[in-house]
Write a protein that binds this ligand. Structure first.
Ligand SMILES: *Cc1c(COP(=O)(O)O)cnc(C)c1O
Length: 484
């Protein structure tokens, strides 16, 4: 497809502003001066920066075009598994930007910011109710940060019992941040292989769990998109040996209002507000990873939290708090988005959102399983994990498929994760995609699978429609070019 100027809104060969500028063009008019001109001191009259001269519309078009080189959930379906790239209603952005909220100074005395504290207090309670756990701190800034808080709580708990535990059980499906957070707290991750059904095997946990092990980190549903059905039995084994159960709640989008994590035996859990509760993410923007705990661990929560004494809201520090995880109140703007999202959805629609997320993933799974190899052929939750096993005979890999999907107008799914599935293609459609959108996506994937047989070169040479083509991804990570 030709992408020359005038043919498409997407102009890839956009020149630099310096190449476009023409001396004398102007983007603004300054009112005529009503005071006499005065000479500037010589030292202020050096050669100014070399800015190009452009009209307003040239600048607007330039930046609008650059912005269209990007892909986001506002542009099209973003089936990036494990990330819950769902559509975030714009009204939550508006509330987070409200003057009453953005102008509240974080050092105000409690009595002058009752409204903003009330949002924290009520959100703490909402998240407790949604997860089934007893107490919540909103301080951590992201999922990994919540995990770190959770591991510090594990450590504080064991220390209070006069124990020094050194290991932690870590399923092979865990997100990479899990072992990293545990290691930061001095725990040695002990790997657990998932069973043949893609979930944890109780007997293996029974063998590995001992009194030197602080506990286990479980993601449920796990990163294969499968529900850890044995979680209660596993929790009992861990608790019997004096350990704690950490729940990685990043995949909460599949189970909101459906699964009670305390009933499952989870002691500490983090949520990713930027995945499940309406904060746009990707590109490293602000997030929030609240940490939720059972009553017994409440006293260790990061502080300050907010309490209500019947007449006013106040910040308080728990008796054995692990301390601050963030300046002031955490990433407050993210908390406001989550608060608004939960209020607009209500219990009924939060539950429905999860049900649709699971339904959509199941639909994609069923429709594509005769085309792409399905790693575990059993009911999935919010995401379905395929692989390139069927395409290998044509020398086509997961990477080729992902790059070709970009040419077809989609953000690629997550690839090569989780590591337990070689050449994984992990698709998470989320609840906000319509049936027509899902059908179109499914047709496109089928077309790409067909092309892999008939024209593998097409896939090897993808993407072809972009400013940059096949990047050397290792070079980019090892040798980043941060200028020009
Ligand atoms: C995203 C994710 C994390 C880490 O969350 P961040 O907010 O990116 O730090 C942890 N575990 C799982 C399963 C995830 O999907």
């Amino acid at each position: 497809m030709k992408n020359g100027p005038g043919r498409s809104g997407l102009i890839m060969e956009e020149p630099l502003l310096w190449e476009k500028g023409k001396k004398g063009r102007n983007g603004m008019s300054i009112p005529e001066s009503d005071v006499p001109a005065a000479p500037l001191a010589d030292e202020l009259c050096g050669k100014g920066p070399d800015f190009p001269d452009l009209s307003e519309v040239e600048v607007v078009r330039h930046y609008t075009r650059l912005s269209q080189w990007n892909f986001g959930v506002d542009t099209g379906m973003y089936p990036l598994g494990s990330c819950t790239m769902k559509y975030n209603p714009k009204i939550n952005e508006q509330h987070a930007a409200a003057g009453e909220i953005t102008s509240a100074h974080p050092l105000l005395d409690d009595k002058y910011c009752q409204g903003t504290l009330r949002i924290i207090y009520e959100l703490q309670n909402f998240l407790a109710e949604i997860t089934g756990l007893d107490a919540v701190s909103l301080q951590p800034a992201a999922g990994a940060h919540g995990e770190l808080a959770g591991m510090l709580i594990f450590d504080a708990y064991h220390q209070d019992k006069g124990e020094k535990r050194t290991k932690i059980l870590m399923p092979d499906t865990a997100h990479g941040t899990n072992p990293a957070s545990a290691a930061l707290c001095g725990y040695k991750p002990v790997g657990i292989k998932s069973g043949p059904r893609g979930i944890l095997d109780v007997e293996q946990i029974r063998e590995l769990m001992d009194e030197e092990t602080a506990g286990i980190m479980i993601t449920n549903p796990n990163t294969l998109g499968l529900f850890e059905e044995n979680i209660r039995e596993i929790a009992e084994i861990v608790h019997e040996k004096g350990g704690l159960v950490y729940g990685d709640g990043a995949n909460m989008n599949a189970i909101m209002g459906i699964v009670d994590l305390k009933e499952c035996g989870v002691d500490v859990l983090h949520l990713n507000l930027h995945k499940t509760f309406s904060t746009p993410h990707g590109g490293g923007g602000p997030g929030a990873g609240p940490v939720c705990v059972v009553e017994e661990l409440k006293k260790y929560l990061p502080s300050p939290r907010v309490e209500f004494d019947g007449s006013s809201y106040r910040q308080m520090v728990d008796t054995a708090s692990i301390g601050r995880m963030h300046g002031f109140h955490g990433n407050y703007g993210v908390l406001v988005r989550a608060f608004c999202y939960i209020l607009t959805m209500g219990a009924e629609y939060l539950k429905k959102a999860s049900q649709y997320a699971v339904l959509n993933a199941s639909y994609v799974k069923v429709k594509l399983k005769d085309h792409l190899y399905l790693a575990y052929d059993r009911p999935c939750m919010h995401e379905a994990v395929f692989s390139d096993k069927n395409q290998q005979e044509n020398n086509v890999s997961t990477l080729d498929i992902a790059k070709r999907l970009m040419d077809c107008g989609y953000h690629p799914p997550t690839i090569y994760f989780p590591l337990v599935v070689p050449g994984a293609i992990m698709i998470e459609p989320t609840e906000t995609e319509s049936l027509e959108e899902l059908d179109t996506f499914i047709e496109v994937v089928k077309k790409v699978v067909k092309e892999a047989e008939t024209d593998p070169e097409l896939l090897h040479n993808s993407p072809s429609r972009f400013k940059v083509k096949r990047l050397d991804e290792t070079q980019a990570a090892r040798n980043p070019c941060l200028c020009g």
